[in-house]
Design a protein. Structure first.
Length: 452
């Protein structure tokens, strides 16, 4: 018996009053059986969508017909949202993505048989809590195994997203995958290839968002999914590195991503960590001493990452941040950097991005040695950056003591020349902050403008 939250019992009363049955299904049941908190409640019922809507509205709740084509309505009850789906089956997946036909069925057992994995095919009848588990999902949850409902090859051929869901659940829960289920993945890659970029991205995001993303990515590699979705990363296997590096580029990338995940860092940092070195497989060369070199791999990597992230339709904001971090991850700070060099570094990175770049470097350092770097290994640079930021010196055009209008008053013709002069003035001020005074800047500008 599972503990049934009060709100679900209230919902169940609406169904019983209408002479209908209701079951909690899907992820909520699975997560409760795993001893975790359920995050969204999906219900299944023998009532038709219009009947569900009518019953809930009669009790003063708002109902939105979110997916009536699939038999789903969304009910808002006491500030919470519930997806309610009429018992149904699916058939004839011609394109490996969308069922051609859905049909309502009479029993919860039939409804459960269309679901992907045994752990996701358990229902709990409301309000009492009777468990319906025709595929022994509870045993699999107990053994921490992911197994298809029915024949894996058939189930993956119907819907090419399922293999990806499989590896992402494995990554999220630390579960293993049943052999027959795992073996079916390489055989259905062509079906997965047809799935939309957005649906694939959502699964990738959940792997990256899990506590140990490498678990998911290694399963992807083992089954061919990595080559199918992220060939840029897959080819980093066996790209060996020398010097302080202990791992090939793929393991190094996965470790960096794991580190960022373990620290709870943002999605952008995790993406940057995962892809920061993908340029290496492209620029890899051998120098005259027989040592591998990876010159400018950060630039190549940034270009590849931009293409890759765009392919999965990530938002421009996410792409820009991740790509910027990748492009700039190779800075080599030494104590002999002048203050001007530190100021230029801040300007190039942008103040807002600095914490994320430090994080990326931490992840990179961890994944080089395989052990945490000294927590303060970036401290000398961070301290100097902090000091300069505290002095509030000019770091951008808007911080200059003069503006475009001052230049016009000085006789510079309005137009692009104004921007060029302002940028040069900023360069001068980055070198020597003392110059950021109106008279001094006007004097320099006057000279630049041919002494006018
Ligand atoms: P999450 O915790 O990520 O929400 P979930 O299992 O609840 O996991 P949903 O996408 O919310 O995933 O789907 C709810 C349920 O619908 C699943 O538990 C499963 O029973 C079924 N389901 C979802 N997607 C598929 C699919 N592609 N093929 C078969 N059944 C699916
Ligand atoms: Mg769910």
């Amino acid at each position: 018996m599972l503990f049934i939250p009060r709100i679900l019992k209230d919902l169940a009363r609406i169904f019983t009053a209408g002479g209908k049955r209701s079951f909690l299904v899907g992820g909520a049941v699975r997560d409760m059986l795993r001893g975790e908190k359920a995050h969204d409640f999906d219900l299944a019922t023998d009532a038709a969508p219009e009947e569900v809507a009518a019953m809930f509205r009669a009790h003063g709740n708002s109902v939105i017909p979110t997916g009536v084509k699939h038999g789903t309505v969304t009910a808002h009850v006491k500030g919470e949202t519930f997806e309610i789906t009429t018992f149904r089956t699916e058939s004839d997946y011609h394109d490996g993505r969308h069922p051609e036909k859905i049909a309502y069925t009479a029993t919860i057992e039939e409804d459960l048989s269309r679901r992907d994995f045994t752990m996701n095919a358990i229902a709990v009848e409301l309000p009492k809590g009777r468990i319906v588990d025709p595929f022994n999902g509870r045993v699999d949850i107990q053994n921490r195994v992911i197994r298809c409902v029915g024949n894996p090859l058939e189930r993956f051929s119907e819907d090419g997203l399922r293999p990806l869901r499989c590896v992402r659940f494995a990554s999220q829960f630390g579960f293993s995958v049943d052999k027959e289920t795992l073996d079916a993945i390489p055989q259905t890659l062509s079906i997965t290839a047809k799935v939309s970029a957005e649906r694939k991205r959502d699964e990738l995001d959940k792997i990256i968002g899990s506590r140990k993303p490498s678990a998911g990515f290694l399963l992807m590699e083992q089954t061919g999914l990595l080559h199918e979705l992220l060939p840029e990363l897959a080819v980093c296997r066996n790209v060996e590195q020398k010097g302080e590096h202990r791992f090939d580029v793929l393991d190094h990338s996965l470790l960096a991503c794991d580190f960022a995940a373990e620290k709870g860092w943002s999605h952008e940092v995790r993406l940057a960590a995962l892809f920061h070195d993908i340029g290496k497989s492209v620029v890899c060369a051998m120098n005259e001493f027989g040592v591998r070199t990876f010159h400018r791999h950060e630039r190549e990597g940034a270009a590849l990452a931009k293409e890759l992230l765009s392919r999965f339709r990530y938002s421009n904001a996410v792409i820009d941040t991740a790509v910027h971090l990748i492009e700039n991850h190779m800075f080599q700070y030494t104590e002999d950097w002048s203050d001007a060099a530190v100021r230029r570094f801040i300007v190039r990175i942008g103040e807002a991005h600095l914490p994320n770049l430090y994080r990326l470097r931490h992840a990179d350092a961890f994944a080089t040695a395989g052990e945490p770097p000294r927590p303060d290994f970036l401290a000398p640079l961070m301290d100097r950056v902090k000091g300069i930021l505290e002095e509030k010196e000019a770091l951008s055009l808007k911080d200059l003591a003069i503006s475009g209008n001052d230049l016009i008053a000085l006789g510079v013709k309005p137009g692009p020349r104004i921007g060029v002069i302002l940028h040069e003035l900023l360069e001068a001020v980055l070198d020597d902050p003392e110059l950021n005074a109106k008279e001094k800047l006007l004097e320099i500008a006057g000279k630049m403008n041919g002494g006018a």
